[in-house]
Design a protein around this ligand. Structure first.
Ligand code: AMP
Ligand code: ZN
Length: 737
């Protein structure tokens, strides 16, 4: 088989061109006046070589046949010149097409003469008569691999250059040592140069953008020399100095294939037969023009001046990859993969072997109903927000707080303050009383320029909109979070960082942060298709509701509108800060907030010798501090004195149990199956909660705000739960001795 006997194909681009352009079989025209052993030999050889062969006996029929088929190879018998003028025929054929190889015969008995007249006529080869079939076959193979192939290369080259000339892409061809060999008309018009100014010059002489690394071309070339693919950004500069395009170039040196990445492309190819025939094709896209829209989009993206920080990071890494050794570049590829995801701050939890308590807590608190399976309707009462209950409308000011209540609040500035005492003393209205005391301690009324009566009404109406029927998310939890917030606001670092507006916003946010909480998680509401989930598109449903309702309640009635007397701009600033903090309590963003705090505040502060006031007071960082502050206040119960911590654990567990009960009753998906009152190990659930959400967060917050007592409590409480768990106890407390 002729195909198999061929030498292995080269990577030469012309071969590639030949494969693409001339996939049909070689066509041979044999012009022999008479049939003889020689003509038979060539017929046989054509068949063996798998060429298509036509036979002509006269010059007329030869020309007719040739003008129809445009053979690649014409073999003219010149032994019997009396039959026809072989030279004239050859001349005619050559005039007609550029790709032609003609062979001419010489009888062995004839005397040697100059081949010049033959060459002038267009013959490429002379064959001394030999009818041996193998000799004919070998001659054909030599012609194919020599003259015919050379003609094909020429033809492919012509085709390529015709394409280059017509192309709207700017194309530059350089030698391996960066000498410009060719630029096409599009290059001239886009780049503003004339061919003559460039050809023969080193590419280096063309003023280049300083944006490219000095060794960029060398990097590209060495890459291609190794047969590797190169991909990256190439900046080009017009004659007038403008940096015109940012171009993605991609080349596959080995296979001489050019891959165009939307905006533009580069071909770099290398002939295997001549190592020095090294061509670099740079294709640039023009900046604008509707026909170039496809090309410019990518360039626009890469030349954007208003880049998102993540885009800058990705671009920096891309650039660093260009000059990095392979293992580093590959590692950076993995980094880029991660950076391109949106969930940068959420650890990816394996679902299989993880502790079920952690799984359920994470699923229940962090997925926002992603496990939603049913569209069951769960309609919350469409009641209007609560108004102040009549028994609480009695005038109330700091001065006339009943002594028993005042007494329970005496140590409200201590971390160990017992909120449950206050809850009992106030008949489940701790928020109003503690609010009055704390807000007055921070001078909130003065700041807001609002009468104490307005604040009182506001606290009462907010508290009235907490559900006292919830075991955990009731106004005692809000009062507890307010207490923790006030405590944190007194810490030195926090005071250095936040301004009075921040402080007031934090106190208000803590007060309202769970208002009208239904005692069910976001996941539950989404699964149940609740009105709230529908209103807020299953996104931060509860937190959006708390913030929105808080402002509705506040601004609905002048009597309780604590913002009534502040300036519009001040109101906007305060409102924004409050909303941001309430939304920050959403657990789906837990790790985002904690990690941002650690990266932007803990780490830079740790790296500094002095106090780092600028880190503390920049607007972006103040936002992070406020978010962290309210988050820590919100889930500070594991850091409370043991008895309080146990009570909170009992309350949250009971609320979860009630949710599981209802999910079962209603046939809804059970969001946190471990919180089943019949089987749940509360110690285990607390260990998981602390491990997963609390430890890292409070480590970071302690590093910032210095909270040794909280950390001590946390440690004790963790040990307490561990102790119960080791005794295989599921309850809140050990059984009595
Ligand atoms: P929030 O709803 O604003 O109070 O957000 C805090 C989240 O943490 C809530 O979803 C609580 O259910 C959860 N949480 C708070 N304390 C605990 C605890 N001790 N154990 C388990 N989950 C808790
Ligand atoms: Zn809360």
């Amino acid at each position: 088989d002729r195909g198999q006997s061929r030498p292995p194909s080269t990577n030469c681009v012309i071969d590639h061109g030949i494969r693409c352009f001339f996939l049909f079989l070689l066509q041979v025209l044999l012009v022999f006046a008479k049939e003889d052993s020689q003509s038979n030999g060539f017929c046989w050889a054509c068949e063996k070589a798998n060429f298509r062969c036509s036979m002509a006996r006269t010059p007329e029929s030869a020309l007719e046949c040739f003008s129809e088929k445009h053979h690649d190879l014409v073999i003219i018998d010149h032994r019997h010149s009396r039959h026809f003028d072989a030279e004239a025929l050859c001349r005619v054929c050559h005039v007609d097409v550029s790709v032609l190889t003609c062979a001419h015969f010489l009888r062995p008995d004839r005397e040697e003469a100059s081949v010049m007249p033959l060459i002038n006529a267009g013959f490429n080869r002379r064959y001394v008569e030999n009818a041996n079939m193998m000799a004919c076959y070998n001659e054909l193979l030599q012609l194919e691999h020599g003259e015919v192939r050379a003609q094909f290369k020429l033809r492919a080259g012509n085709a390529i250059f015709t394409a280059l000339e017509q192309s709207q892409e700017a194309i530059e061809i350089t030698s391996e040592d960066q000498i410009i060999q060719y630029v096409n008309p599009a290059y001239e018009s886009i780049m503003g140069y004339q061919q003559g100014e460039l050809i023969g010059k080193e590419i280096i002489e063309v003023p280049k953008s300083e944006k490219n690394k000095p060794d960029l071309l060398e990097t590209i070339n060495s890459c291609i020399r190794k047969g590797k693919e190169w991909q990256g950004i190439y900046y080009a500069k017009k004659k007038n100095g403008d940096i015109t395009y940012v171009t993605w170039l991609k080349c596959l040196g080995e296979t001489a294939v050019c891959v165009c990445l939307d905006s533009s492309c580069e071909i770099n190819f290398q002939t295997s037969d001549t190592q020095d025939a090294f061509l670099s094709f740079f294709f640039f896209s023009p900046e604008s023009g509707s026909s170039q829209r496809r090309h410019s989009s990518m360039a626009r993206i890469h030349s954007m001046t208003i880049e998102a920080p993540i885009t800058k990071v990705i671009n920096i890494i891309n650039a660093a990859q260009e000059s990095s050794p392979m293992p580093v570049a590959e590692a950076l590829d993995r980094v880029l993969e991660i950076l391109r995801t949106t969930e940068l701050y959420s650890p990816q939890l394996g679902t299989k072997d993880e502790d079920p308590h952690t799984n359920d807590l994470v699923g229940g608190l962090m997925t926002d109903g992603l496990r939603r399976l049913s569209g069951n309707e769960y309609i919350f009462s469409t009641k209007q927000p609560h108004h102040i209950p009549s028994h609480l409308t009695t005038p109330l000011s700091l001065n006339d707080i009943p002594p028993r209540i005042a007494q329970t609040m005496e140590n409200e500035d201590s971390w160990d303050f017992d909120i449950f005492n206050l809850e009992a003393a106030t008949i489940k209205r701790p928020l109003t009383y503690l609010g009055l005391k704390i807000f007055s301690r921070f001078g909130v009324c003065e700041f807001l320029n609002c009468p104490e009566a307005t604040l009182r009404s506001w606290l009462q109406v907010i508290e009235a909109n907490y559900h006292s029927s919830n075991s955990y998310h009731n106004s005692t939890h809000a009062a507890d979070v307010l207490h923790a917030t006030a405590y944190f606001l007194c810490k030195e670092r926090v005071k250095q960082s936040l301004d009075p507006t921040d402080e007031v916003a934090a106190l208000i946010a803590a007060t309202v942060h769970d208002v009208d909480h239904p005692g069910r998680t976001n996941s539950f509401l989404c699964n149940a298709g609740s009105e709230l989930a529908i209103l807020y598109n299953d996104t931060a449903v509860l937190e959006s509701h708390h913030a929105a309702l808080a402002f509705q309640i506040t601004t609905r009635d002048d009597k309780c509108n604590i913002f009534k007397n502040i300036e519009r701009n001040e109101y906007r600033t305060l409102r924004q800060a409050i909303i941001d903090m309430v939304l920050a309590t959403e657990m789906t963003k837990h790790f985002e907030h904690v990690n941002k705090f650690v990266n932007s505040i803990n780490k830079p502060l740790a790296a500094l010798e002095e106090n780092g006031v600028s880190i503390l007071t920049s607007p972006e960082n103040r936002i992070l501090v406020k978010r962290m502050l309210i988050k820590c206040a919100d889930i500070s119960n594991p850091c409370r004195p043991q008895e309080l911590c146990i009570e909170w654990a009992g309350r949250i567990s009971e609320e979860y149990f009630a949710q599981t009960d209802e999910e079962k009753r209603q046939g809804l998906p059970v969001v946190m199956p471990v919180f089943d009152r019949n089987t749940c190990s509360i110690p285990k659930s607390q260990i998981s909660f602390i491990d997963y959400f609390i430890t890292d967060m409070f480590d970071a917050w302690d590093a910032f705000a210095d909270l040794p007592n909280l950390m001590q409590h946390l440690d004790n409480n963790f040990k307490y739960w561990k102790g119960l768990d080791e005794r295989k106890l599921h309850s809140l407390r050990p059984p009595p001795e």
